[in-house]
Design a protein around this ligand. Sequence first.
Ligand SMILES: NC(=O)CC[C@H](N)C(=O)O
Length: 339
Amino acid sequence: AEAPVQQQKVAKPNVVILATGGTIAGSAASNTQMTGYKAGALGIDVLLQAVPEIHKVANVKGEQISNIGSESMNNKIWLKLAKRINELLAKPDVDGIVITHGTDTLEETAYFLNLVIKSDKPVVIIGAMRPATAISADGPVNILNAVNLAASKDAKGRGVLIAMNDNINGARDVQKTNTLRVDTFQSPELGYLGYFENGRPVFYKATTRKHTIDTEFDVSNLNDLPRVDIIYSHVNDDGRMAEAAVANGAKGIVHAGTGNGSIHEAAEPALYDAAKKGIVVVRSARVPNGPTIESTAAWDKAGFVHAGTLNPQKARILLQLGLTKTNDPQKISEMFKQY
Ligand SMILES: NC(=O)CC[C@H](N)C(=O)O
């Protein structure tokens, strides 16, 4: 006799949510309060209780990594987070990761993880602009979209993704572009990778830059990262900040220059001195859009690296990781062309 037709039960994907703090876990005194609340006040369990729908999509587990305002993010939490993600994704029964994070430095954590996670499984970062206690809080829908994305096979191999306000941005190109609005995360220069269409992630583009399993960076034996300072140029810049960076032990300096990464002539001597001491200097731009490219000036001769389309805070991360491998500006310059 023929065997009865069996209903094939498709197992739900397993997604782990790692909570680090931020407005998404923020609590205010009233539901009309949109600023001045306490970020990182609510634990992971409270966040997940607000979105029971996620359990239809995936088997979800939560872990608390930290509970801070992301303006206070540091190397220690970054390394803890990266090592935990690598450990989890190495398990065959973990299919994807969602990280909840404050929005202030979300783009930095995203790019850091994009360079050090050793798996092609989906890693999604989200935050919120309105505290969890607010009317029309944006956290819950971002959590639902993020779990959909982390559970999706389509999200594999695309690098770390940011899922906020129904858009999918890539870690390398995303920026917080507005201090208050919920549509703050954009990739103004290079565009979104995709959108959520009725909760379903749909991709239209992919980055050409190396990430995750294709990078040379490995944090598994690191307990700290090299010190890199950012110096923001302006009228009357006189190089004192560059001197202070050197005096405080910077191994690298990112110069957020005017225009196409220009340096004030009064600040040049301090930066040339830094380069002579073996400190790697990267020229980036305080202008929000457009690449920082090579120059005909003495800057290239001095070995200053140009940041391309990375903004100063992202250039800083690539320089930190580059310095774990070499302090040869030429080799670091190659990294800025690849990542
Ligand atoms: N919207 C936010 O998440 C900002 C809150 C806080 N400053 C943080 O980044 O954690």
